[in-house]
Design a protein around this ligand. Structure first.
Ligand SMILES: NC(=O)c1ccc[n+]([C@@H]2O[C@H](COP(=O)([O-])OP(=O)(O)OC[C@H]3O[C@@H](n4cnc5c(N)ncnc54)[C@H](OP(=O)(O)O)[C@@H]3O)[C@@H](O)[C@H]2O)c1
Length: 286
C-alpha cells in the first residue's frame, strides 16, 4: 500500500464497533488490519477480517498472518446490564478473547486496551491509577481481569480506564445491528428529531469525546510511557453535559426539550482522577 506511515503492523479487534470503526478510519494511512465479528457492507474492501475471536485457533491464524506489533484490543461484550444478564457470554467474550490475544502477543508487541471507570465503586471521591479497585458489576470485574492478564504478559501496554465515550449524535454512534449506543448520542439524535428527552441530573460521571480518544490512541502508537491511565473530563452530571453540548452545537432551543429528573444508578457519582494523563501527555479534556 502506498503512502503508508511506517509505525509497525497494527491489528484492531472490534474494528466494526463504535470506537474501533472510528480508529480504523483514522489510521487508514497506517498498516492496519481490522477484525470484526459481523462484516457490514463494504467492510471487506476496507481490509476487515471477519472472525469470532473466542476461537483460539482463529486468533492464532490471524496473528500468524498479520504479525502485529501494535494491537488495539477493543473486541468485548459491553454494557453492565447485558453482562449481568448473560454472565457466560460475558466471560467468554471479555475474558476468552483477551486470553486468546494475550496468548499470541509476541515479545515486542505493544497492546492498547480500553477498560472502564466502573472498576471503582464510587467510595473514593477522586480515584487515581493507584487507588484500589472494587467493581460493583460483572462487566467491570471482567474488564479488570483483562487488565491484569495483559499486565502479567507484557510491560508494553497502555491501559485506559474510560468513562462514557460519545460523539455528537453522529450517524455511526448507534449500531444498526444492535441499536446500542451511548445515552448521550441517543439523546442528541432524539433532540435533533424534535423529541423531548429526560436526563438524570443527580448522576455524575466523567465523559469523553470519541474524537479526543482517537487522538490519544494515535499518540500511543509511538509512545513508550507505558502504563495505566485514567481518561475523561471533570466530573459533571448527565443533564449538565447534554446542555453544554447543546451550547457548543449552537442549539440553545433544544434545551427546552431536556427534562432533568433524578435517577437511580450505582454508584451515583463516579469520578476519575486524570492528573497522570495531564502530566505526561499535557491533555485536559473538555
Ligand atoms: N463505548 C464506551 O463508552 C466505552 C467505555 C469504556 C470502555 N469501553 C471499551 O472500549 C471497547 C470498544 O467499545 P465500543 O463502544 O466500540 O463497543 P462496541 O461498539 O460494542 O464494539 C465491540 C466490538 O467487539 C466485537 N466483538 C464482540 N464479540 C466478538 C467476538 N466474539 N469476536 C470478534 N469480535 C467481537 C463486536 O463485533 P460486532 O459489532 O460485529 O458484533 C464489536 O465490533 C470495549 O472493550 C469496551 O469495553 C467502551
Amino acid at each position: 500500500m502506498e503512502n503508508r506511515i511506517n509505525s509497525g503492523r497494527i491489528l484492531i479487534t472490534g474494528a466494526g464497533g463504535f470506537i474501533g470503526r472510528g480508529l480504523f478510519e483514522k489510521l487508514k494511512n497506517y498498516d492496519s488490519t481490522g477484525v470484526t465479528f459481523h462484516l457490514k457492507e463494504g467492510d471487506s474492501s476496507k481490509g476487515f477480517i471477519e472472525a469470532d475471536l473466542r476461537d483460539g485457533k482463529k486468533v492464532k491464524e490471524i496473528f500468524d498472518k498479520v504479525k502485529p506489533t501494535i494491537i488495539f484490543h477493543f473486541a468485548a461484550f459491553l454494557s453492565p446490564r447485558r453482562n449481568e444478564e448473560n454472565p457466560e457470554n460475558a466471560r467468554a467474550a471479555n475474558i476468552g478473547i483477551t486470553q486468546n490475544i494475550v496468548n499470541n502477543l509476541s515479545d515486542d508487541a505493544h497492546i492498547i486496551f480500553p477498560s472502564t471507570d466502573k472498576v471503582f465503586d464510587g467510595s473514593d471521591p477522586n480515584p487515581d491509577e493507584e487507588t484500589g479497585v472494587n467493581p460493583l458489576w460483572l462487566y467491570a470485574h471482567l474488564k479488570y481481569e483483562c487488565e491484569e492478564m495483559i499486565k502479567e504478559k507484557t510491560d508494553k501496554f497502555h491501559i485506559v480506564r474510560l468513562p462514557i465515550v460519545h460523539s455528537l449524535g453522529d450517524h455511526f454512534s448507534i449500531s444498526t445491528r444492535t441499536g446500542r449506543g451511548s445515552f448521550i448520542d441517543k439523546a442528541i439524535i432524539d433532540l435533533r428529531s424534535g423529541k423531548k428527552v429526560t436526563v438524570f441530573n443527580n448522576v455524575e460521571r466523567c465523559f469523553l469525546r470519541l474524537e479526543e480518544l482517537l487522538n490519544l490512541f494515535e499518540i500511543f502508537i509511538n509512545d513508550t510511557n507505558y502504563g495505566t491511565y485514567h481518561v475523561g473530563t471533570r466530573l459533571m452530571n448527565y443533564y449538565d453535559r447534554l446542555c453544554a453540548l447543546c451550547d457548543e452545537m449552537g442549539k440553545d432551543d433544544w434545551k427546552d426539550k431536556i427534562i432533568p429528573v433524578a435517577g437511580k444508578a450505582s454508584p451515583l457519582v463516579q469520578n476519575l482522577n486524570t492528573n497522570k494523563l495531564k502530566n505526561i501527555f499535557g491533555l485536559v479534556l473538555t
